[in-house]
Design a protein around this ligand. Structure first.
Ligand SMILES: NC(=O)c1ccc[n+]([C@@H]2O[C@H](COP(=O)([O-])OP(=O)(O)OC[C@H]3O[C@@H](n4cnc5c(N)ncnc54)[C@H](OP(=O)(O)O)[C@@H]3O)[C@@H](O)[C@H]2O)c1
Length: 308
């Protein structure tokens, strides 16, 4: 679970991380502290999840019980209404988390939203126009956001910078303008949505892929998917173990969210899958023609969930 996977910065990222999206107040502090107490070394956070204060409490509990800051890997993300104020948003996250630095700071989505939303009575995180559509700041380019991300590296407040939800066209636009190649692209990834094109593209550019929603997020039918259960039966492990191990076999790190202590523990098991296992898992989306996008990738299809 903590296999160090290399980043283009010379540092490494632990193979498994605890996700914190949708982890509710009263739950997430305990989940973070429990995960760190049972050996997790990687926690994935985001400003927009609205729970970084509590994640910070969980981190503090872990530090108080002997976990060392330098032994764990913390990721957080820049929210869309802060594209023109990158350091300001990072500082808010650091304050909530109670940290001096994060190991990885990501552009959460490559689209800027109205930065004045909080001063105009609009929803501060998901502003809308009067017609109900997203209040996108079309005048702002994510290339300028990246320039601000690059500057953060000199502040010591981030060890590495990267992106999330970036499609190949987005990366092709970014890379010629970038001084620093993103260390990571965090994308939705699971057997329903292998995103092979992006995974392969990132590999050729030295960008590490982190898979999110490996179980297909809350309420997904993936645990009982035939190909998944076959591989699980063969190895005498749970379907969850197969779904997590799939990413490590592809060279990616993976984020599993749970607030349930027994699941947090169960999800630590990562096994080695062989070629026939990978074929079985990869055939799922081919056989069924599934292309399930929980969050349509920018550059492919624009859309926003109300919360994410
Ligand atoms: N960059 C982005 O835009 C982005 C988007 C989405 C997610 N993420 C990150 O990736 C993380 C993971 O993705 P996710 O939260 O969408 O979903 P996920 O990890 O695929 O699934 C979480 C769901 O699976 C349940 N679960 C966890 N372990 C289980 C097990 N062993 N057996 C059965 N059920 C299990 C959880 O329930 P309980 O919690 O009730 O146990 C929860 O309902 C997020 O939390 C977030 O940190 C990033």
């Amino acid at each position: 679970m903590n296999t160090p996977l290399p980043l283009n910065t010379g540092a490494s990222i632990p193979a498994l991380g605890l996700g914190t999206w949708q982890s509710q107040p009263g739950e997430v502090q305990k989940a973070v502290a429990h995960a760190l107490s049972v050996g997790y070394k990687h926690i994935d956070c985001a400003y927009v999840y609205g729970n970084e204060d509590e994640v910070g409490e969980g981190l503090k509990k872990a530090f108080d019980s002997g976990v060392k800051r330098e032994d764990i890997f913390i990721t957080t993300k820049l929210w869309c209404t802060y594209h023109s104020r990158v350091e300001e948003n990072l500082d808010l996250s650091l304050k909530s988390l109670g940290l001096d630095y994060v190991d990885l700071y990501l552009i959460h989505w490559g689209v800027a939203m109205n930065p004045k939303a909080d001063r105009s009575g609009n929803d501060p995180k998901f502003p809308k126009l009067p017609d109900g559509s997203r209040d996108i700041d079309h005048s702002w380019s994510f290339i300028d956001t990246w320039k601000q991300m690059e500057k953060l590296l000199q502040t010591g407040k981030v060890k590495a910078i990267g992106v999330a939800n970036f499609s190949v066209p987005y990366l092709e636009k970014l890379l010629p303008e970038a001084t620093v190649v993103p260390a990571v692209n965090q994308i939705e990834n699971h057997p329903y949505l292998p995103q092979q094109e992006i995974v392969d593209f990132c590999k050729t550019k030295g960008i590490h892929v982190t898979a999110y929603s490996p179980f297909g997020s809350t309420g997904s039918p993936m645990f009982s998917e035939e190909g998944v259960s076959e591989v699980a039966k063969k190895h005498k492990v749970s379907p969850g173990t197969v779904l997590l191990s799939y990413h490590v076999a592809r060279g990616s790190s993976v984020l599993a969210k749970s607030v349930t202590p027994s699941r947090i523990e169960e999800n630590r098991a990562i096994i080695k899958l062989d070629d026939s296992d990978m074929e079985a898992l990869e055939s799922i989306h081919k056989k069924k023609g599934l292309t399930r996008f929980i969050y349509p990738a920018f550059g492919v299809n624009f859309g926003f969930p109300d919360k994410q």
